[in-house]
Design a protein around this ligand. Structure first.
Ligand SMILES: Cc1cc2nc3c(=O)[nH]c(=O)nc-3n(C[C@H](O)[C@H](O)[C@H](O)COP(=O)(O)OP(=O)(O)OC[C@H]3O[C@@H](n4cnc5c(N)ncnc54)[C@H](O)[C@@H]3O)c2cc1C
Length: 532
């Protein structure tokens, strides 16, 4: 069988691609997805997020190498392995990033500047807040404004940010990104609005789209330097599928892994693995960009969600509330609110992001990251993450076996820049908590606690407790020849008939969460692919 397009992966970008490439009815498209169906209750229940975080049935469960920048810790990196990919297991915050991020994209790859991507965002969105110069209405992706049913402490958090000098902002995706406010969400009718729900499932009704689950692509097939299809594993069998064009949308870890397995990558590495070198390109798997984040946690004098989400009777109550009204805490992301700020006035645009969570989870899992299970006291956390870190990591295969995970070297806080700005950021976070609107509700700071106050101790603390905020990108980046893997049309340099379209293709990491940008990449990528 030969089809027009094979899409490898049904994640944020892959789902959008599948929808748009089949829209005209003229092209036969097959999506091969390594994971299974997304028809699982915890995928659809927004706060089911906590149940997916360590669930190997929907999650690749990656683990990084021990990282000197994280006090030697190896980090848990969840990635979606299910229809919808990471959009089916993520925290549903909808952010596009700062317009200046895309001007940098445009400088690296023409056609990807702010003026190019804004129309794609507006066309794909159905924003509850309505249409304006920035937001779209009527597209396939419903975005909730998230104004109702929030924990009441959100208002006092936003007031405290104002008292600390960070003004309120009603729309981080509008004219200005800076400020404090509530987050827009990819949630519709109290259910997760993943890329599968918004884009893939509607397209699955079309005759020209076939979606195969539990089908893991193991390599791209070539005749000379022309890609002609893929080899994949399903039900224990190795099978082949031919196509006019192959589009990798496996995400920032799997796409570079698959290119390397197919002979496209750092020549010496491929030779070490005994793989034939089709294209020697050191950029494949390099430039790994990711946001690092840390939570500060307080014990509060007033009720947070811990009190209701932990006891059995509270779980029963919110469960019933959800079933009857599609509302309550289960119908929300863990991040009700947040913000963007600059650690110094010299910064041209916000370089830090905030996450307000009206509950806390301090109980560690195997001494590492906390289980997403509420603490037995009234706790509250505010998280921080950097927007444009300068540290870079790598993704490299460890074996020629496609079923083995690649090596992930995060290299977190490996530049002085990243350490300096996080130090300023955690100090600002404490400044917010010290403002009257918020401090009146605090009983005590639990993590890191008041004993941690010197620069040295604060740095040691964030090295010990930081981790990924789940936004790895740029590992097959678009950009100029010699510095990139892809040209501006997402074509893999050095071969024909092969593109990459997912977060790995970002020229650089955007300031904010990456689901929206990955879906936009699928939207705009499809336009480019259809133009030929
Ligand atoms: C826990 C978590 C929380 C997050 N929170 C947010 C948030 O609140 N807001 C936000 O904007 N972003 C968030 N993100 C990030 C965001 O979801 C991702 O950046 C985005 O989904 C990446 O899209 P993608 O298309 O690049 O890859 P993915 O969505 O990860 O899709 C890749 C797909 O390809 C499949 N695949 C991989 N390899 C193969 C193969 N060899 N053969 C077949 N199929 C394959 C995978 O199974 C997967 O389905 C979060 C991510 C995680 C993991």
């Amino acid at each position: 069988m030969e089809v027009d397009y094979i899409i490898v992966g049904s994640g944020s970008a892959g789902s959008v691609l599948a929808n748009r490439l089949t829209e005209s009815g003229q092209h036969r498209v097959v999506v091969l997805e390594a994971g299974g169906s997304d028809l699982r209750p915890y995928v659809h229940l927004p706060l089911g997020y906590g149940k997916l975080f360590y669930n190997p049935n929907v999650n690749w469960m990656y683990r990084t190498e021990p990282d000197p920048g994280l006090a030697g810790n190896a980090d848990h990196w969840p990635r979606g392995k299910v229809l919808g990919g990471s959009s089916s297991i993520n925290a549903m915050v909808y952010i596009r990033g700062n317009r200046a991020d895309y001007d940098e994209w445009g400088a690296a790859a023409s056609g990807w500047g702010w003026d190019d991507v804004l129309p794609a965002y507006r066309a794909m969105e159905d924003n509850e807040a309505g249409s304006d110069a920035y937001r779209g209405r009527g597209g396939p992706l419903f975005i909730s404004e998230n104004r109702r049913g929030l924990h009441w402490l959100v208002d006092d958090y936003i007031a405290a940010c104002g008292e600390a000098g960070l003004a309120a902002n009603r729309d981080f995706n509008g004219a200005e990104q800076e400020g404090a406010g509530t987050y827009q969400m990819t949630i519709k009718g109290g259910r997760r609005n993943s890329a599968a729900r918004a884009f893939l499932r509607p397209a699955m009704k079309r005759k020209n789209l076939q979606v195969m689950t539990d089908a893991q692509v193991t390599r791209v097939l070539f005749e000379g330097k022309q890609s002609v299809g893929v080899e994949y594993r399903r039900d224990g069998q190795l099978l082949q599928l031919k196509a006019r064009e192959v589009i990798l949308a496996g995400g920032a870890i799997n796409s570079p892994q698959l290119l390397q397995l197919s002979g496209i990558g750092p020549g010496a590495l491929l030779q070490d693995m005994g793989l034939p070198v089709l294209v020697d390109n050191a950029n494949v798997g390099a430039h790994l960009n990711d946001h690092q984040g840390i939570n500060y946690t307080w014990r509060m004098k007033v009720a947070t969600y811990n009190g209701i989400l932990r006891p059995w009777w509270g779980k029963a109550f919110v469960g019933l509330q959800y079933l009857l009204t599609r509302g309550g805490p289960l119908a929300k992301s863990i991040n009700h609110a947040g913000g963007f700020f600059r650690t110094s006035p010299e910064e041209p645009r916000p370089n830090m992001q905030l996450y307000f969570q009206a509950f806390s989870t301090l109980i560690p899992r195997n001494g590492e990251r906390p289980l997403l299970s509420p603490d037995p006291f009234q706790g509250l956390s505010i998280g921080l993450s950097n927007c444009r870190p300068t540290s870079r990591g790598t993704i490299r295969i460890k074996t020629p076996d496609p079923m083995q995970h690649p090596e992930i070297v995060a290299n977190a806080y490996s530049t002085q820049h990243d350490v300096d700005e996080m130090l300023l950021a955690v100090k600002f976070l404490r400044k917010i908590a010290a403002q009257p609107s918020f401090s009146r509700w605090i009983a005590e700071e639990l993590r890191p606690g008041p004993a941690v106050h010197t620069d040295e101790a604060l740095i040691a603390d964030f090295r010990r407790r930081s981790g990924t905020v789940y936004h790895p990108s740029c590992t097959c980046r678009m950009g100029p020849e010699g510095e990139s893997v892809l040209d501006e049309k997402l074509r893999v340099r050095g071969v024909g008939g092969l593109r990459v379209c997912d977060a790995s293709a970002f020229p650089n990491l955007i300031s904010g969460n990456t689901n929206g940008p990955a879906m936009m990449m699928g939207w705009r990528g499809a336009e480019i692919i259809l133009r030929g």
